[in-house]
Write a protein that binds this ligand. Structure first.
Ligand code: AVI
Length: 323
């Protein structure tokens, strides 16, 4: 099939993303071993995350989608039509695509760390929306938001759904929002952010969402070891590890770990580490927010005029804030 005209024939040049291998090995050598959650998203990890979003226990995706569907006119009135829609962590692009009709963006810029998955998603999307200019960017936006000049600078709307902000620690989250603010024109009111955030709720609902009955989240967590092996040459065997997750109420976050099932040694070129039975590698935080947390964060990052929409149970919030 011929490639639609608006799909770039190669990825836009992204700024230097640093060395994943060095970052990963430093994390594995740390006294409390850590793997950044951004490494979940190899091609299989991205598919597993799509499957998580369809799980009965994982309410955030469908709750946010329902808020978008119910309030799309009010959201469009707040955002205004004809923006440059920059979709951070676009994945399968479905969330942004559901808002195209209401927002009528003039350019769509999906950004994702998982290049192959993004490429496939955009190819399908461009066939459905042949008139909308699309500029996919394969880059790690958690470290830089330097966008190429081909991204329209006017009326930028950063779209950051899915409560992905919750995967940063609070200091990183604020720094990230400040980088988004800095990527908007300096004048007040021109551009903004449309962000989805998961709210604090009953611990049973939260814990089930991150430890589902059929083990998809466990597979998603364990698959990060396959990705680490591919990136570093390490010899992790996922069978030696088990998925652990729980809600830490004081810190308002789900914590996710991989726990060694037995004493073992993991080797990689030029290095190795012993793990004792029960020792854990930290893989993810997923922070949950109150309305006050959200307003405070956005204000500290330099945003104003916040408007929020909720589902009936107040499990999730969608917020539009202006520069
Ligand atoms: C991408 N992110 C917002 C998800 C979350 O809920 O924190 C990742 C995830 N981890 C386990 N399940 C889903």
């Amino acid at each position: 099939m011929a490639q639609p005209a608006l799909i770039p024939s190669r990825w836009e040049d992204a700024p230097d993303q640093g060395a994943p291998q060095a970052e990963l090995l430093a994390g594995l050598a740390a006294p409390e071993a850590v793997i950044s959650p951004k490494y979940f998203y190899d091609p299989l990890g991205s598919k597993l995350f799509e499957a998580i979003c369809a799980l009965p226990e994982y309410y955030p995706t469908r709750t946010e989608a329902a808020i978008h569907a119910t309030h799309q006119q009010a959201i469009a009135a707040s955002v205004g039509q004809g923006c440059t829609l920059i979709d951070l962590g676009a994945g399968n692009c479905a969330k942004a695509a559901s808002l195209f009709a209401a927002l009528q963006p003039r350019q769509y810029v999906p950004v994702d760390i998982s290049a192959d998955f993004l490429h496939q998603s955009v190819a399908g999307l461009q066939e459905r929306f042949p008139q909308l200019p699309m500029l996919p960017l394969a880059m790690d936006f958690s470290t830089t938001l330097e966008l190429p000049a081909s991204v329209d600078g006017q009326r930028r709307l950063f779209f950051y759904p899915g409560s992905s902000l919750g995967n940063f620690d609070p200091r990183q989250a604020l720094a990230f929002l400040r980088r988004v603010r800095a990527a908007l024109p300096p004048g007040k009111g021109d551009g903004g952010i449309l962000i989805g955030l998961d709210l604090v709720k009953d611990v049973r609902v939260l814990e089930a969402a991150y430890d589902d009955a059929i083990g998809v989240t466990a597979s998603f967590n364990l698959n990060v070891l396959n990705h680490v092996n591919a990136l570093t040459g390490a010899d992790f065997n996922p069978r030696d590890w088990r998925h652990v997750s729980f809600y830490n109420a004081r810190q308002q976050r789900i914590e996710m770990y991989l726990e060694a099932r037995r004493d073992l040694i993991v080797r990689w070129p030029d290095g190795r580490r012993t793990f004792r039975q029960g020792e854990r590698i930290h893989t993810e935080y997923s922070h949950k927010f109150t309305e006050q947390d959200i307003l405070g964060l956005l204000e500290q990052a330099g945003f104003g005029n916040c408007r929020m929409w909720f589902d009936q149970r107040r499990w999730f919030a969608v917020c539009h804030a202006q520069a």
